[in-house]
Design a protein around this ligand. Sequence first.
Ligand SMILES: [Zn+2]
Length: 248
Amino acid sequence: MEDQSALDKKYFIDEEVFNCPFCNRRNVIYVIIDDFKFDWNKDKVCYVYLTECTSCDNVSMHLSFKDIKGKKVSYYYQETWFKRFLPDIDIDSEIFFSQPTSFFVVDRRIKGILRELITEAEGCLKMNYLTGASACMRKAIYELLVHEKVEGDNYETRIKSLKKKYPDSDPSYFDILASIQGMTSDKIHEQSWDKWDSPKLKLIIETLKSVLYDIYVTPQLKKERALEIQRLKEEVNKGKKGAKQAPD
Ligand SMILES: [Zn+2]
């Protein structure tokens, strides 16, 4: 079967199922229990959607500048007919803010402050707040370097030290981070800096997420798998011992 893990990184997988931020169940059916619109400003309408998880019944809120709800009722749940989001659209990319945030889609094994900054950067980027997104990403990279206590006189050498420290992760990701223009290894507010444009920000966000995944998640997954194999081996050995003791 094709690798479907990318779907775990989404909020809404399609018009029927989502990854619930409350009960953390993946691929669970949701319904739009309510929706309304208001004037964001003179020229822009904002659509608000309240979605309920059919597993835990908690309700989350989602904002979009597009009307992304289908026109006809199509889903029957608890004796009521509901409308769904339009089929064949990438729902996540149409929503610029959600509560709970999409914070949960960044793996929990990554340090909280880094997850928060990346989620905030992604939120800012969706709203086209490039200065805010840039500031969050600068701070995220800075936090990572501080947390990892890497040595170096400047930003580039510190990223290179990080690359050396984690030889199992993809070296090209570190090269991308090292080549970011205008980074310093100092705190963001100590120097003036230019914001990045949207394509650059997307590249930086995805690269940092990949680095964090390589550093904090992959080794943990390996460890978990090794423990599981160990447990299975012990089960087999226990079975063998039992068989020896059995009278023949
Ligand atoms: Zn739920």
